[in-house]
Design a binder for this molecule. Sequence first.
Ligand SMILES: Cc1cc2nc3c(=O)[nH]c(=O)nc-3n(C[C@H](O)[C@H](O)[C@H](O)COP(=O)(O)O)c2cc1C
Length: 368
Amino acid sequence: MKNLEMPNTSINIFDLEAVAKTKLTTLAYDYYSSGACDEKTLLANMSAFQDIWLRPRMLVDVSNRDMSTTVFGKKVSAPILIAPAAFQGLAHLDGELATARAAEKFGTTMILSTLSNHSIEEVREAAAGNLWFQLYVYKDKGVTKSLIERAESSGYTALVLTVDSPLLGRRERDVRNKFNLPAGLVCKNFIGNYLEQLPGDSAESGLAAYISSLYDTSLSWKDLAWFKSITKLPVLVKGILRADDARRAIEYGADGIIVSNHGGRQLDTTIPTIHALPEVVEAVDERVEVYMDGGIRRGTDILKAIALGARAVLIGRPMLWGLAVAGQSGVLTVLDMLKSEFDLAMALSGCPTIADITTDLIDKKYRR
Ligand SMILES: Cc1cc2nc3c(=O)[nH]c(=O)nc-3n(C[C@H](O)[C@H](O)[C@H](O)COP(=O)(O)O)c2cc1C
């Protein structure tokens, strides 16, 4: 069925970003689109995919194709998950509620950010699909523990511990805009403990000021063992880029790993994630599931990530562009666009199922 809310000139993610830009305030567009410092990693995440060449297989019967797979035992219609992204209320009034509804319709998992504008409970009530909760760790252990308990008791099925953000990366566009949330938008998970507002008087980014005063910069591997001891949920560690860290994560109890550089928003000039993926996959050696995000804009990007060992990919900014353009149906359009590009990439590379997407599809230069 034709989606009447979507501009029919938008046929790919880049078109949608251009439309989203016209709908968002400069403050919101800059917050969503920017990376740290010179934005080298932001761009490299995308260009690294373009530099990897495929070796498609010919004369394979691809008349029946199946893109479905499982993530921690839950079926997803395609290996495309929704990355945690803060402040979705800047894109659309329904914010995370709309995203959760689109994820359910599409048949995938959404990861809710700690810094969501709608609360853990509201998002859980909005849609019946599979949800994971992303955790930022506050200095106040009571605050952190209560977030975990709320996610668990609301029915979230996994925790995603983000480990690349003891402080906020230097996002210069946010510094220039003195980023803050417009009146009426708060971090609803913190209503009641006075942590729901970003400081209004910051001379630079209000988010950077919030994080530097509240997040636990002493977080280390032993804390992972603590998280594991206080929850029954599987814990994934998000932000791993090296084999030794991947091994250590498993040693301290991680149930899954997300190879990520936060979409180039933290340490600039960090290695593009598709380059980090093979060494992490090799170190993990199938002991836990490995996911990746950063720069996924095309179906072929998904194919390459799966071929190099990712269980599934996460999408960040593309989902936000869809949300800004048309709320729930915009997010669904983004997911559908990527899924149909991925379907075509599978067909043209001789892969009727996910299991057929093997490393030999990738030019030797980029494999381990
Ligand atoms: C606007 C925005 C907000 C984000 N907020 C969070 C967050 O709250 N927690 C987190 O772990 N990652 C956050 N991320 C990082 C994403 O989860 C993901 O790693 C990244 O967006 C992937 O790159 P992509 O945007 O190129 O798909 C955010 C990313 C963006 C663009």
